[in-house]
Design a protein around this ligand. Structure first.
Ligand code: ASP
Length: 324
């Protein structure tokens, strides 16, 4: 019988609502006891790894989680499910995807409705995630996110709605599978990417979002002696307002790596436009274009690359292509 480890980290899936509808963490995880639903089918071990709302999750917590999952594989666990708050779920899932040299499936899930709300989705998502982690077909697909009967890659999934249970979507590429009853059905393969089995974290790496009329103020603010990197969610295909350029150049002059993604929901960033602030000029300045990732994930990729000791061309190569 397969052995699945469920690591609870907190979030709405572990919370309850009071009479006024305010949602807060609980002492007793409402998912406790769900293991009996798998009697005679799977061996389920559960662990309260943390009880944090996901806005409290940091890369340091993600690194501890990665270490715990590696230990689980050494201990003979066949698959791991992580329950997590949905606000930063995609970031933890992608951090694990970038750093885990795992062979066992790792599936992250959560809930949009707390345990005692009508239509609560937590238990259903947890059951779907366990069946996915137990699936022979879940190997070699990177870390997976299972929510609302869909299987997404950690690399491309994102939270798209503040409250709807169908919030997790994969723009441009779509989900790679569906969960039906006890079966995880896969329809797409993920192109493998480099794993960085990091032990420590390089910080701080910042993320800024571009807007019409943006100037250099925010770029100057993060141009600090200890700044290690910056990701910019740029306009359209990958362009910036011209008033930002002197401050961007000042960061590059200090050899601070700058990675650019698009703030658009769909598509990839490319050096298309050859006007002041256009992508062609930004690339010539030394900005690295990252294709397919959103801003928070590109930020993690840059941080993980730096934490792996990558610099210069090797760092550019690692960050520039989502599949490298
Ligand atoms: N604010 C909650 C969290 O991320 C949302 C959720 O879990 O769905 O912890």
């Amino acid at each position: 019988m397969k052995k699945i480890l469920v690591l609870h980290t907190g979030g709405t899936i572990a919370m309850s609502a009071d009479e006024d509808g305010a949602v807060a963490p609980t002492d007793q995880n409402p998912m406790a006891g769900f293991e009996k639903l798998f009697d005679n089918q799977l061996i389920i071990e559960s662990e309260e790894f943390a009880n944090l709302p996901s806005p409290h999750i940091t890369p340091a917590v993600m690194l501890n989680l990665k270490n715990r999952i590696q230990q689980a594989e050494e201990d003979g666990i066949d698959g791991v499910v992580v329950t997590h708050g949905t606000d930063t779920l995609e970031e933890t899932a992608y951090f694990l995807d970038l750093t885990l040299p795992n062979n066992i499936p790792v599936v992250v899930t959560g809930a949009m409705r707390s345990s005692n709300e009508i239509g609560a989705d937590g238990l259903h998502n947890l059951i779907s995630a366990v069946w996915t982690a137990a699936s022979d077909d879940a190997h070699d697909k990177g870390v997976l996110v299972v929510m609302n009967d869909e299987i997404h890659t950690a690399r491309y999934v994102t939270k798209t709605h503040t409250t709807n249970v169908a919030t997790f979507r994969t723009p441009t590429f779509g989900p790679i599978g569906l969960v039906s009853k006890h079966n995880a059905n896969f329809f797409q393969e993920l192109i493998r990417s480099e794993i960085c089995d990091i032990k420590t974290l390089v910080e701080p790496v910042y993320l800024l979002k571009a807007y019409a009329g943006m100037d250099g103020t925010l770029f100057d603010a993060i141009n600090q002696p200890n700044t290690k990197g910056l990701v910019i969610e740029a306009l359209g295909a990958g362009n910036l307002p011209p008033a930002t350029l002197p401050a961007v150049q000042a960061l590059l002059d200090r050899n601070i790596p700058i990675v650019l993604v698009s703030r658009c929901f769909n598509g990839i960033a490319e050096d298309v436009y050859d006007y002041q602030g256009g992508g062609v000029k930004l690339k010539q300045m030394g900005v690295t274009f990252c294709q397919g990732l959103n801003g928070p994930k590109a930020r993690l990729k840059l941080q993980v690359g730096l934490s792996a000791g990558k610099t210069g061309a090797a760092l550019k190569e690692f960050v520039s292509n989502a599949t490298s």
